[in-house]
Design a protein around this ligand. Structure first.
Ligand code: SF4
Length: 472
């Protein structure tokens, strides 16, 4: 039974409803009249249902496919402008009791180096991340109640927020840890986390159970209902994701949109972000052993259709994707990317000896953060290190209200320019700085409120005097 308001996973992610949606998409993939109606609705910028989005994903009319891409690009521009938020993952521990078949941290992997950062090592890692210029982290840890209990995660968050090094500071810590209890989510909220991120991997229950044969993650319902518990624990911003390549991408596309609809209907606020990782090679994991891989073309279609279906939700692409693939999807809807990432435990402070490889996956985009920042600016994007909304209490529906009000040009855009300038001043290479300074000058014109503009100009001038962290 399908019931978007039900707290039960099997009802808000109804297998039958997904199958019906897949059939609906397939049946209407050349239905010009319906596709036109859906596109007209999408132009109102209020999103689409999973069924409507499915028709766009399946669409086989070449001219309409081009319209879908153009609309995604326009919606991206309207809501997010040309800002791209920067972040980095920080791996705390790769101890894990689960048996996930696609991840080298699975418990049966006896040869991968197992590591867990001490608080002293965290200081070294975070200092290295601050020296790169990062302000926003996503913490990653395997599930292991003995090695990585919630107390350990909380202690790490506390340590990270306390580290001050030159002009650096981590201003937002997002957390990607296993599904847990309402009580633990409350503790994470009290520790000041930004977004709680948990990837569903796949919404297809049977495949999910096969892919997670052992460990607590085997419990599909407990995992799928985690975001409801996180919100009950007071966390407003949650981040969804599936791992494309594990299961039929159409099924998971419908599933993730149904999940977003459920959170919006039942909790009053949709997901803050949606991530679109694809399966990657890693230690004992061969992506070719999975037969659901998707092409770059399909990947771009997925990004565009998610952007159209949930215009207010941020979209994340990581260094799992190559530079060229990231370039292709940036304008279609991506609003956050990682840069200079290390996917091993302790990888920022120094390189790992080869025999001690602890990485979760092989990175495709190996450039430094500075190279990524320069590359973005050369394409006229504004890399943003802003974390203001979270620190000003604009989370959950308050953030959505800001986005919907169209006032981002006088809030997010100025914050992006000021934090970019901080980056240029403190961390950038000469050439990057020169490109960035020119870009900032040009982008000041986007700000429509003269008072806001005046304050920004003033801040930018005073940055040489050591002034930092002014925000709207
Ligand atoms: S995906 Fe997460 S839960 Fe699964 S083995 Fe890897 S670290 Fe553990």
């Amino acid at each position: 039974m399908y019931n978007v308001m039900s707290p039960k996973a099997e009802e808000f992610i109804s297998h039958e409803e997904i199958l019906d949606s897949l059939e609906y998409g397939e049946k209407n993939k050349e239905n010009r009249e319906l596709i036109d109606r859906i596109l007209a609705k999408a132009r109102e910028r209020r999103g689409l249902s999973h069924r409507e989005a499915m028709v766009l994903l399946d669409c086989e009319l070449e001219d309409k496919i081009q319209e879908i891409f153009a609309l995604a690009e326009q919606i991206k521009k309207d809501f997010y402008g040309n800002r791209i938020v920067m972040f980095a993952p920080l791996y705390l521990s790769n101890y894990c009791v689960n048996g996930c078949e696609y991840c080298p941290y699975h418990a049966k992997n006896k040869h991968i180096a197992r590591k867990k950062l001490t608080q002293e090592e965290i200081v070294k890692e975070v200092t290295a991340l601050q020296d790169m210029g990062h302000k926003r982290l996503a913490l990653e840890a395997g599930e292991d109640p003995v090695h990585n209990p919630i107390e350990y995660i909380l202690e790490c968050i506390h340590t990270i927020y306390g580290i001050r090094h030159k002009n650096g500071a981590i201003r937002r810590v997002n957390v990607n840890i296993a599904a847990t209890t309402v009580e633990n989510y409350r503790k994470l909220k009290e520790a000041g986390i930004g977004t709680y991120i948990l990837f569903q991997e796949t919404y297809h229950r049977e495949s999910y159970e096969k892919l997670h044969p052992t460990g607590p993650k085997h419990d599909y319902a407990y995992h799928t209902e985690a975001m409801d518990r996180a919100m009950e624990g007071g966390i407003d911003d949650v981040g969804l994701g599936v791992l494309f390549g594990l299961n039929n991408y159409r099924y998971d596309f419908a599933g993730i949109l149904m999940h977003a609809e459920h959170l919006e209907a039942y909790k009053g606020v949709g997901p803050h972000t949606i991530s679109v990782p694809r399966l990657r090679r890693a230690d004992d994991i061969d992506p070719d052993a999975f037969d659901n891989g998707i092409t770059d073309e399909t990947f771009a279609r997925i990004v565009a259709c998610i952007r159209i279906a949930v215009p207010y939700t941020g979209m994340i692409v990581s260094t799992r994707e190559s530079q060229s693939c990231r370039e292709k999807v940036l304008h279609l809807g991506i609003s956050q990317i990682s840069g200079g990432s290390r996917t091993s435990v302790g990888g920022y402070a120094g390189p790992e000896p080869e025999e001690e490889n602890s990485a979760q996956f092989d990175v495709s985009d190996n450039r430094t953060l500075d190279q990524v920042v320069k590359w973005l600016m050369e394409m006229d994007y504004v890399p943003s290190f802003c974390t203001a909304c979270y620190r000003e209490g604009r989370t959950g529906d308050r953030f959505m209200t800001l986005l919907k009000s169209g006032q981002i040009v006088n809030c997010c855009h100025p914050n992006a320019l000021m934090t970019l300038k901080e980056y240029l001043e403190d961390y950038a290479a000469e050439e990057t700085k020169a490109i960035g300074d020119k870009l900032i000058e040009k982008e000041l014109d986007v700000i429509t409120n003269p008072k806001v503009k005046e304050k920004v100009v003033d801040y930018l001038k005073n940055i040489h005097n050591g002034q930092r962290d002014f925000r709207f």
